[in-house]
Unconditional design. Sequence first.
Length: 189
Amino acid sequence: MENQRVARTKGYLKEAIIELLRTVPFENITIKAICAKADVNRSTFYAYYSCPRDLIDEIEGEILSKLPDFDPSHRPFLDSLIPFMEYIRANGEKFRILMTSSVDTSFGEQVISAVMDKYSDTIPYDDEEERRMSMIFCVDGIVGMIREWILSGFRWPVERISSLIVDIAFRSVGFDHDKGFGSRKLRHS
């Protein structure tokens, strides 16, 4: 576990790169610029990161670690999704930059991979390729919905967008989220 001083310094560096990304393409951001914006010296930056990409990777990793857990035998998934969507809204500028700027075209793919690792076993397809394609379709759609929600300035309340995401996502993989996982009808032969 990091001590408070290290966490605070890393926080300054993360805030600095996000601030720079508002006006500067990622490929033009230098360590010197990050350090100047964060008011830390370069040796401090190098104590934690080797390049700006490492800093972005850590920010994205923190976001992905906040994905809600899903237990089909426990509570409705909506109850888990709402706090995650509140986290997105509370960190709206960071998400807007990461999901809509040139910083990282692979962030959406990382989200898909993280979601597939976390949830794909809950989708009872007999065919592994069908399960994978269903998850890609579902997660790409969710990422697009979240991106649009962010770009709209969070026009919809958290509860409404969360409910819509759960409804569309569950329908796209053949579940009735009100009835549970036993309601899925396998559509392949």
